[in-house]
Design a binder for this molecule. Structure first.
Ligand code: SF4
Length: 148
């Protein structure tokens, strides 16, 4: 699964994309609207600044804005810079590759071969969707669905 940090980064970037072209957005606004702890958000925004996705300006009228147009940032790009693994098993991850305990030879493992396919399909989906694309939220699961 994506780390909490990556999920916060995605929500912060969606907020900045919604406000693209409208001037700097204050950290307190992003924290409140996206329900992200302010201290953690400061760290995340500074990391996004270091990789060139976010620009900031200090001072009373300062804040944060996207360094690129939302149309030029894909979800795949964003997850990769946050070092989020897209793989379901560590041996299928390119950024965070690890073998599991008592591993069989990677080149002979069918589980890994299948999980690589799943990873590549996930990456394809995430690379095809940009921050500018409309994504309609879907209702949360009901208790019955969660128990099924
Ligand atoms: S056993 Fe298979 S799935 Fe597990 S780490 Fe080794 S190669 Fe990957």
């Amino acid at each position: 699964m994506l780390s909490q940090k990556t999920r916060y980064a995605i929500r912060a970037m969606q907020h900045l994309a919604d406000n693209y072209g409208k001037g700097p957005v204050q950290l307190a606004e992003i924290a409140e609207k996206q329900n992200i702890p302010a201290n953690f958000l400061t760290v995340i925004l500074s990391e996004l600044g270091r990789v060139g996705l976010v620009v900031s300006q200090r001072g009373r009228d300062g804040g944060y804005w996207l360094a690129l147009s939302p149309v030029d940032i894909s979800y795949g790009d964003l997850i990769r810079v946050m070092r989020g693994s897209l793989a379901l098993v560590p041996c299928a991850s390119r950024f965070a590759h690890e073998k599991c305990k008592n591993c069989v030879e990677e080149g002979e493992c069918r589980t890994r071969a299948l999980m690589l396919r799943v990873r590549d399909a996930t990456a394809e989906q995430l690379d095809a969707v940009r921050l500018s694309d409309r994504i309609d939220p879907v209702p949360g699961f009901t208790d019955d669905q969660l128990e099924a």
